[in-house]
Design a protein. Structure first.
Length: 256
């Protein structure tokens, strides 16, 4: 039974998180797309689960808000699938910021919706855009968070949740944000590992091609030989690997 469940999870992960990613993408894009697909899917599941919960609890505003967010989650996944990564990113960042502002002002600071701003900051700096773009967005998010904190000190919630529901909402938001950050770290590590393996495979292939070349080739940095192919080693009378670490002045004594 556990093997079947594990198989279903892996199939779902392959289709929704890893599926559709271009093989020719750069490593930074590859890592980001895996993480963003995961976040969009996680949000879709979370908002879908909250719809019947808030309906059952008789909280119309949270119910309508989650009902509105589900198609946006789907749209972000669709944009990523269609390789419109910047559109998905922009829509998602705008949605989280708007969601945080509205929810914090309506339900109050104690509801814990402001925690999503913190998770969003991590997500933004994982994006492969120009660094100044991420820094500007980071400053915007910090400003929004500070503004919300200042506003909440002098305002009462527009919609006061029952005490039990408020506590449950706050605890749920804390747990969800810890899960988001954990998943971000986990999948980013997996993506980095896969990207590293891809880089190592490419490096191994290149070395194999250079090693088989009939022309003597060496990689030299600061007059030190870091690598030489077999052809060059034989030409210079060395065994395999013996040229690594040698100073090039040894072969050009007149220039020493």
């Amino acid at each position: 039974m556990s093997e079947k469940i594990s198989g279903y999870i892996k199939t779902l992960e392959k289709k929704l998180v890893i599926g559709g990613i271009q093989k020719e993408l750069s490593l930074r894009y590859y890592r980001y797309i895996i993480v963003s697909n995961l976040i969009f899917f996680f949000a879709l599941v979370g908002h879908s689960v909250y719809i019947p919960v808030y309906w059952f609890l008789g909280a119309p505003l949270p119910f309508l808000l989650n009902l509105f967010l589900v198609p946006i989650d789907l749209l972000c996944l669709f944009f990523n699938r269609r390789r419109r990564y910047k559109s998905a990113f922009g829509l998602w960042v705008a949605m989280v910021i708007l969601h945080t502002i509205v929810s914090s002002l309506v339900y109050g600071w104690a509801s814990g919706f402001h925690y999503y701003i913190l998770s969003l900051t991590v997500f933004i700096f994982m994006a492969p855009w120009q660094q100044r773009v991420n820094i500007i967005l980071g400053c915007v998010i910090i400003s929004v968070y500070i503004w919300l904190n200042v506003q909440e000190r002098g305002l009462l919630p527009s919609y006061q949740l029952p005490l039990g529901l408020e506590n449950a909402t706050r605890i749920t938001n804390i747990v969800v944000n810890f899960i988001i950050l954990s998943c971000l770290a986990y999948y980013y590590a997996i993506a980095a590992e896969k990207a590293q393996k891809k880089l190592e495979d490419s490096d191994r292939t290149m070395k194999t091609i250079l090693a088989a070349s009939p022309v003597g080739i060496a990689l030299v940095k600061m007059r030190t030989i870091f690598w030489a192919n077999v052809t060059l080693e034989r030409m210079m009378g060395f065994e395999s690997g013996q040229m690594s670490g040698l100073d090039t002045n040894r072969f050009f004594p007149d220039m020493a």
